[in-house]
Design a protein around this ligand. Structure first.
Ligand SMILES: Cc1ncc(COP(=O)(O)O)c(C=O)c1O
Length: 380
């Protein structure tokens, strides 16, 4: 079978394929630039500096801030680790949600006992969402120092009212940390959170191995690793200024070139119609798959959502369905999607779900191919 047959439905993990301009920009770096922005003053360094600055400005604009407090990191995972380790102090009270990715769950699990954190995890509402009133009540009850939350569930696609959550946190004197990995590129993320952390390689359509941390002015974050930054090189002491303080080590400049190109591509191809088309596709798939005997869909409540459809089968494990789909040249994700807490509420803790996440509408033939493959695994 040729690659033309491959149906890639795992955009919530990593978007693919990338716009051609992203590949071209990365290739340009490898073929014509080859240097880091902050490692010299030559002409090539200036080219790199201009492109890295453009990427920072683009991300800053997405978050309603300038580019000067935008730090590049290796991914949202590093960004969340950095932020939580920088913010949390012994005895702090932390509020988070059951929808979090392991990149929040695991740092909190690791820091909880050593720092003596008091941790509250807000469960999903009965409809699978998280109402702003429930979050406000949890903030009033738990009085957290730090609220860390994802903008959307990577399992069900439910999108939360991040602006209301951040406002409630601010009113209570609590620092809010927003994980926009699942929404940046699809939805506005300039919602007033104190720290915004995200990933380049999902709906932003950039390359993997790149993420970002953006902090509002006045939010103090201490760097969590020290090393070469290309600045103040004669000094033993690590610099404190944004963004270099958070970028010790040779940066992933080709990936930043790719992201800068992806952000320009997105300016020319606005997200709302692309998202609407994907959400319509999810509804078509939900209608078709939901009619199959033995298929259970895990839908978010009505309202904003990302193009993600999770399902389970009555008589087959998600991993088995994943294999059936793989044999039919359909790439989806089966398992827990690095969201360990949520499955305890969905009743899917044993083996998770199969997640279908389109990055564009499917043709009728491909949709039929997917439905037939799921039907065969469901025993239909
Ligand atoms: C909600 C959420 N947070 C964090 C991450 C981690 O992102 P990265 O791959 O950039 O480390 C992911 C992606 O897997 C995610 O879906």
């Amino acid at each position: 079978m040729s690659d033309d047959d491959l149906l890639y439905l795992d955009h919530a993990a990593t978007s693919w394929p990338k716009p051609q301009v992203v590949l071209d920009a990365m290739r340009r770096w490898y073929e014509q630039v080859g240097v880091s922005a902050e490692r010299g003053d030559g002409e090539r360094c200036q080219v790199a500096r201009a492109e890295v600055a453009a990427a920072r400005r683009g991300l800053g604009a997405l978050c309603g801030l300038g580019g000067d407090r935008v730090a590049f990191v290796s991914g949202a995972t590093e960004g969340l680790n950095l932020t939580l380790r920088a913010l949390l102090r012994p005895g702090h009270r932390v509020l988070t949600t059951a929808f979090e990715h392991s990149s929040v769950v695991r740092p909190l699990a690791a820091l909880r006992a050593p720092l003596g954190l008091s941790l509250e995890v807000l469960p999903p509402d009965p409809d699978g969402g998280l109402a702003a009133t429930g979050m406000a009540a949890a903030i009033a009850r738990h009085r957290p120092d730090v609220l860390v939350f994802t903008h959307a569930s990577n399992v069900t696609g439910a999108v939360f009212d991040a602006a209301a959550f951040a406002a409630a946190a601010r009113a209570a004197g609590c620092t809010s940390v927003l994980d926009v990995s699942q929404t940046a590129g699809w939805l506005p993320v300039d919602v007033g959170a104190d720290v915004v952390v995200g990933s380049a390689h999902k709906a932003l359509l950039g390359p993997p191995g790149l993420g970002f941390v953006i902090a509002r002015p006045g939010v103090a974050l201490a760097p969590q690793k020290q090393g070469g930054t290309g600045s103040s090189q004669a000094l033993e002491r690590h610099p404190e200024a944004w963004p270099t303080a958070f970028e010790a080590g040779t940066p992933n400049t080709p990936a930043i070139f790719g992201l800068a190109a992806a952000l320009r591509w997105a300016d020319a191809h606005p997200a709302p119609p692309r998202l609407a088309a994907c959400l319509e596709e999810v509804e078509r798939l939900a209608d078709a798959l939901g009619q199959l005997p033995g298929v259970q869909l895990l839908r978010p409540p009505p309202g904003p959502r990302t193009p993600v459809l999770s399902l389970t089968l009555a008589d087959a494990d998600p991993a088995e369905l994943g294999l059936v789909l793989d044999a039919a040249r359909i790439h989806v994700r089966s398992g827990h999607h690095c969201a360990p807490w949520l499955h305890q509420h969905l009743g899917t803790q044993a083996s998770g779900t199969v997640r279908i996440a389109p990055g564009a509408p499917l043709g009728d033939r491909d949709r039929q191919r997917l439905v037939e493959a799921v039907a065969s695994a469901a025993g239909g």
